[in-house]
Design a protein around this ligand. Sequence first.
Ligand SMILES: *Cc1c(COP(=O)(O)O)cnc(C)c1O
Length: 371
Amino acid sequence: MTRQRIPFIDLKAQYAASKAAIDRRIQAVLEHAQYIMGPEVAELEARLADYTGARHCVTVSSGTEALLISLMALDLKPGDEVITTPFTFIATAEVIALLGGKPVYCDIEADTCNLDAALLADLVTERTRAIMPVSLYGQPCDMDAINAVAARHGLAVIEDAAQSFGAEYKGRRSCHLSTIGCTSFFPSKPLGCFGDGGALFTDDDGLAQAAREIRIHGQSKRYHHTRIGVGGRMDTLQCAIVLGKLERFAWEVERRKALGARYDALLDAACIQRIRLREDRTSVFAQYTVLLDRRAHIEALLHDSGIPTAVHYPATIPAQAAYRDDAAAASCPRATVAAQRVLSLPFHPDLDEPTQDRIVEALVAACGKGA
Ligand SMILES: *Cc1c(COP(=O)(O)O)cnc(C)c1O
């Protein structure tokens, strides 16, 4: 008997559930035709600022651009150091390198795979300008501990919240936990649009103003360029799509939490190691990730039973060719091990319990089969 292949994430089901709201929003843009910086841009920024609790939200063309514009707004200079995690999507370190800065890698906690704040203080030098923690898989880092180190040394903290929009840390929302928070609306993220998009959040009026200018070619008013910027606006259409999707977002966050807790319980019962969720925070599970010793073997068996998986991420940043730094890689042994062991399972808010059971059964069976 061949069973239907399970989707890794299900964007078609999500669209079907919000079709009326999204279609109405798209139609409104087609009719007013203000495709660039139309009214939906400011409307979305107000809604998201309100949701996170941040004073300012600035939408931009992608999550990567949000990180880049944040560092530009902080006036990062060539040679400046930014402490970040070696275990993340490439964009986090990429934007630092792009501005001539130096990424300095802080090893991760083995059980959350998030940056280990206890190791931070030893990495600060007189060239350090900022700390850029990543809320990996949807769970914020220990932001109080990170902010305390930053405050002692006069550093900015940029949360890379590309995977964690909707998550909470001690009752506060991700993106509003530090100097600047950056998120992504890439389609597969917890709050996605239908293309590229992103936003940055801050309580700092000066940084918000700088970011607004940088995203539109450093322009303070039309054809007056007061700083060097980029072409980094988010399309009106993409903002409209996010507005349409927001109607269901609270339900999706709750559903993500419930399905994540259900995976946790099922995997704990089967003694399969998984990412731990700290008690003082929530995760939106951009990925649901387990830690396995014979990953390639188990992955192959799962694929044979029609269960797609993904690896986030197969190598640390300092092990990547363009960022090669053997000493830095050696200083982050837990990240190196995580890159060999992590495996993400199908996860999305429209996943149903019987399918989740089927995934866990197949994983348990695969773990039991000889190497
Ligand atoms: C997706 C992602 C980004 C980049 O977001 P884009 O919108 O794709 O540019 C940056 N950092 C992390 C951790 C991500 O997961």
